[in-house]
Design a protein. Structure first.
Length: 541
């Protein structure tokens, strides 16, 4: 690392640490998704402990019947959490490291994007502003949407790479490789933000590309996007081919997850909704965004118009005015909550405010007639930061180490979400009676020929063998596995991935190897080139 970059890294780490200091001091924030996240986390870690590097079945859930959560939930945050758990030996400490890590990647991603548009010191300020904008804080403190909180940083990295590619910088191969890695990580972290981010990346790319270099830009961006898709292919192929086998919500929460009921600036769909708070957050974010957007359009329309258009397009998509687009854009309705677009609005708001900040400070110190406008713009930023600290963070309920560790006991068996059940399961299995769960590779003995019902739920990838003989496996009326044995003996239950998944997994590993190697090579070449081109300094006297 270059010496001049060390203070910047230290500053980014410091500002990323500030918004999570209350967590480090008081404990894990409570949110509606805490139980579901850690239930999957424990199942994921248990799969890894058993040697399943690509977990496919949460064996202990529903009292040992199992479910598909670890197969279809984007895996990156669980890989990182499991890594920290193996290092610390404790889920509480691992969680603190997890929050710190993703707060840092978020700040670094915003800094990387902003540094392509403004000077380095103002890019650092932009990262600090982002860490305290209300929606970003609410993702962790109010809703505990940790995967979405984490994914925003990779989305910012992707936008930063696109910005640099479209600026025709000398190191395009480095940024194309970076785009592939960042986009792949985005997909592996959060699917709703992947849909939102993909649309935003296409929109921003279209605004930033220059006609004189259109072919070059399109080619570079296409290579980066395809690399990201291939890098996440081991996960995407399951999403694209097997989600039809998921049970879904069985209509129990359909109104809650209906996107048409969750637009911003509309009444809450039902009791318990936090839409009123999100409306307030959107209004505060808009208050900070609007004056800086007008300033940038006035002083540098050609350069900054794509930023402003992206911000207000994302805000538009979160309101009922965009409903016709939700009806025609594929997969968009599966985002479920249009207010998720606030994640994109928040990212762009931070960059716009950070780029405009030095201009506001100059005007605020002057005796210009625009001084009140500058003071209003700076005050709007302070209002947003103060709201995050004194309302969102201060109003959070925290769980200390003892209570948190106690809440995890048995959570992978007694807590479950029927959304992740196989479609062959008509009713959720009872979690009241915990039975022995079966994992891939386990055996059991039968003393006579016949049909045997197992507690584990049926899924087409379950296969049963008696020696080298393959046995018939079918779903029972309650969704359990029924195995037909022609004789007595030991039956082995195996989870066998289809050839498409195995091929995609190998391809993803190859692509990640190429991406990481290319990043290392281009970064090293960039450093050595910079050293060779550096001007000679005067000798010491």
């Amino acid at each position: 690392m270059k010496r001049r970059n060390v203070p910047g890294f230290v500053f980014i780490f410091g500002i990323a640490l500030l918004p999570i200091l209350p967590i480090l001091i008081k404990g894990i924030p409570y949110g509606p998704d805490v139980g579901n996240y850690y239930r999957i986390c424990l199942s994921f870690a248990e799969n890894l402990r058993q040697g399943n590097l690509f977990p496919a079945w949460a064996a202990a859930s529903f009292g040992g019947a199992g479910d598909l959560s670890v197969r279809f939930y984007p895996p990156l945050t669980f890989y990182v959490a499991s890594l920290f758990r193996s290092v610390t030996g404790d889920w509480y400490t691992a969680s603190l490291l997890l929050f710190t890590f993703f707060s840092l990647t978020g700040a670094a991603g915003v800094y990387f994007w902003a540094s392509s548009l403004t000077r380095r010191k103002w890019a650092l300020m932009t990262a600090g502003i982002y860490c305290f904008l209300p929606f970003h804080v609410a993702e962790l403190y109010t809703g505990f949407m940790l995967p979405q909180f984490a994914a925003a940083g990779f989305l910012a990295l992707s936008l930063g790479c696109i910005e640099r590619i479209c600026q025709n910088r000398n190191r395009t191969p480095l940024y194309v490789t970076g785009l592939g890695a960042a986009y792949g990580l985005l997909i592996l972290t959060n699917l709703p933000l992947t849909v939102i981010g993909s649309l935003s990346l296409v929109f921003y790319s279209g605004l930033r590309m220059r006609r004189s270099h259109l072919t070059r830009h399109l080619g570079a961006l296409a290579v980066g996007a395809v690399s990201g898709l291939l890098a996440s292919g081991f996960f995407l192929v399951k999403i694209l081919t097997e989600t039809k086998w998921l049970s879904g919500d069985k209509n129990n929460y359909r109104a809650w997850y209906d996107y048409s009921q969750n637009f911003l600036f509309t009444p809450a769909p039902q009791q318990g909704s936090q839409l009123w708070l999100l409306n307030l957050i959107a209004a505060i974010t808009l208050l900070a965004l609007l004056p800086s957007s007008l300033l940038l359009l006035k002083q540098g329309r050609r350069r900054y118009a794509p930023l402003v258009l992206l911000a207000f397009a994302a805000l538009f998509m979160s309101t009922p005015l965009s409903k016709p687009l939700w009806l025609i854009i594929p997969r968009l309705a599966e985002v479920q909550f249009p207010w998720r677009w606030l994640a994109m609005v928040t990212l762009v708001c931070a960059v716009i405010v950070g780029v405009a900040l030095p201009r506001w400070l100059v005007v605020a110190r002057s005796r210009s007639r625009h001084r009140p406008v500058a003071l209003f713009a700076l005050g709007a930023i302070l209002i947003a930061v103060s709201f995050s600290w004194f309302q969102l963070i201060k109003g959070t309920v925290f769980t200390d180490r003892t209570a948190f560790n106690k809440s995890l006991v048995g959570i992978e068996t007694t807590s479950a979400d029927q959304y992740w059940l196989p479609v062959w399961t008509p009713e959720p299995p009872s979690t009241a009676q915990v039975g022995t769960s079966l994992s891939s590779g386990q055996t059991f003995s039968v003393t006579e020929a016949g049909a045997f019902k197992l507690k584990t739920l049926y899924y087409p990838h379950w296969h049963a063998y008696m020696g080298d003989e393959s046995l018939s496996v079918a779903p029972a009326p309650d969704g359990s596995i029924v195995v037909e044995a022609g004789r007595s003996g030991d039956i082995r239950l195996e989870w066998v991935e289809p050839s498409a998944v195995r091929a995609a997994t190998v391809l993803s590993l190859i692509v990640w190897g190429l991406l990481l190697s290319a990043l290392a090579f281009f970064s090293f070449r960039r450093r050595t080139t910079s050293i060779k081109e550096a001007p000679l300094t005067q000798p010491y006297r």
